[in-house]
Structure formats: C-alpha cells, structure tokens
Design a protein around this ligand. Sequence first.
Ligand SMILES: [Zn+2]
Length: 135
Amino acid sequence: MRHTPEREMLLEKVCAFHQPFTAEQLCTVSRELHISTGTVYNALSLFVLAGILHVNKREYGQVASEYQLMIPRRSYTQLICTKCGRVAEFHDKALERLIQTRKYSNFTLRNYGLNVYGECKVCRRSKTSRKKEQA
Ligand SMILES: [Zn+2]
C-alpha cells in the first residue's frame, strides 16, 4: 500500500475512535484536514484490505456499515441499536470480570470488544406510539 500523508492523517483519526464508527463520522472529523470524501472512502477500503479495520455490514434497516479497529485499543462492552445505529457503552463489572479471568487453551486474551445488539428506548417508544396511533 502506498504511503500518503492523507492516509496517515486518516489512520490517526481512525485510531482516535474508541468505538465502531461510520464512514460519515470519519468524513465529519476529517473535514478540518481538507480531505475529500472520495479519499476517505478509498482509505477505508484500503484499511479493510490491509486488515487494520473490520467492517460490520448491517443487514437491518437503513443503518450504515460501521468500521472498527481489528484489535480494540482497550476492552469495551456496548449496546448497539439495530434500528437507528445508536451506540452506548455500558459497564457490567461481573461480565467484565468473567471475560478477563476466563482461560482459553493456546490463547492469551489481550483485550476484547463486546457488542450487544437490540432496540434502543427511543426506537422502542416510537414503535409503541405508532401502534397506538393505528389502534
Ligand atoms: Zn434506536
């Protein structure tokens, strides 16, 4: 892969995300760098090919695909709404302890990322109010 200043700046931005992000979010934070949208999308494809990023292709609704570093820089547990894409980090001490103290044969755990998918309060509420309107 050819090394360009734009790609290096984008990689820095990518590493600054602490949770999965969309191409749109990367475009927003890259605006100050005066990097074109096309360059951002090209770099994302290259980072995926190079094994730096993993892409979570979404099959539900209109939610955009999300990118995340192949190796999370720190462990995280988060809730992801499959309707609107809202991401909320949560802390569950018992769950975190369980994962961190778990022994795997021929494998040493460094850190982990846990995504829990479902429907957020806002989306659940709008679905309930739509049902009431129809009734
Ligand atoms: Zn939602």
